[in-house]
Design a binder for this molecule. Structure first.
Ligand code: DC
Length: 218
């Protein structure tokens, strides 16, 4: 049987950095589910779909084939065969991913793919609904959060280092808006699973959080 670690939490809590680190240490595969929703969002943006056009999202999402592969241990997301890793990290794509992910057809497609991956391999999977919906039987579940200002500062640093100009207040506003959207949607909203361990990373380093999760696994 495969061993599954589920890490959920709001945007910017450090999920992907920490999940990647744990996967490397344990020799597991890291599955970034947000990247899959982002690839779908990129497709919708390219098709000029607005976040509010629910019916159009329903139709258009059937045309997007999202798959993942691995190169040198790094997850690659393919959109209709195209490697889109370099195109999905923008705020525009993130916001569209948040707006289109409540769609049941979008979710069904993604969840099936995620469950298939986790059934055959030891995985560290991060997202919003992994512990509650995708992998309800995961052996370890973590709900990772942090103060919204701390999360905004981390995101600001990340963008500034990439040379992207941005404003801290705008980022924090965006983060709060995205949390609200992800937590209040009807289907699989972001929430802590009953059997998940809550970790607040506001005052913790990446290594402290990673070590705490590895201790849970052991
Ligand atoms: O983790 P992220 O910022 O890359 O995710 C982008 C959006 O995708 C997020 O705002 C909500 C959606 N998402 C989701 O609905 N379910 C997941 N398991 C992962 C992401």
């Amino acid at each position: 049987m495969s061993y599954n670690i589920a890490i959920d939490g709001p945007a910017g809590a450090g999920k992907s950095t920490i999940a990647k680190k744990i996967a490397r240490k344990l020799g597991y595969i890291y599955v970034d589910t947000g990247a899959m929703y982002r690839a779908m969002a990129l497709y919708l943006l390219r098709e000029k779909v607005e976040p509010s056009e629910t019916e159009k999202i329903n139709v258009k999402c059937a045309e997007a084939d999202i798959t993942i592969g691995y190169e040198n241990g790094e997850q690659i997301v393919y959109l209709n065969g195209e490697n889109v890793n370099g195109l999905i990290r923008t705020e525009e794509v993130g916001n569209m991913a948040s707006a289109s992910s409540p769609n049941p057809n979008v979710r069904k497609k993604m969840v099936e793919l995620q469950q298939k991956l986790a059934a055959s391999k030891d995985v560290v999977m991060d997202g919003r609904d992994i512990g509650t919906c995708v992998l309800p039987d995961a052996q370890v579940k973590v709900y990772l959060t942090a103060d919204s200002r701390v999360r905004a500062k981390r995101r600001y640093k990340e963008l500034s280092e990439k040379g992207i100009s941005c404003e801290l207040d705008t980022i924090e506003k965006d983060i709060i808006e995205r949390d609200k959207q992800d937590m209040t949607r009807e289907i699989s909203p972001l929430k802590q699973a009953e059997d998940a361990v809550l970790i607040d990373s506001s005052d913790k380093t990446i290594d402290e959080v990673a070590d705490a999760i590895i201790a849970l696994v052991r």
